[in-house]
Design a protein around this ligand. Sequence first.
Ligand code: SF4
Length: 79
Amino acid sequence: MEVRFDRDTCIGMFQCVDEWDGFEKDVDDGKADLVDAEETEEDRYVVEVPEDEEFDAKFAARVCPVDAIEVYEDGEQVV
Ligand code: SF4
């Protein structure tokens, strides 16, 4: 399972940080950071999610008020 993060869209509400350790606060930027992610294009990040963190990662995606977080399984968007 993969999380894709649009950091440009993120408005720094930090609900995702409360739900999953894969996100950290960047208070200076007013944005979340996707930990250990690869930047695939400007301000777009992707990370592979460990199996035991999948539930939390999906929850983080669901609570984002601006839909900056997407979850993909086998290439298909599930959140
Ligand atoms: S919940 Fe969404 S808007 Fe808020 S910090 Fe996380 S990614 Fe950014």
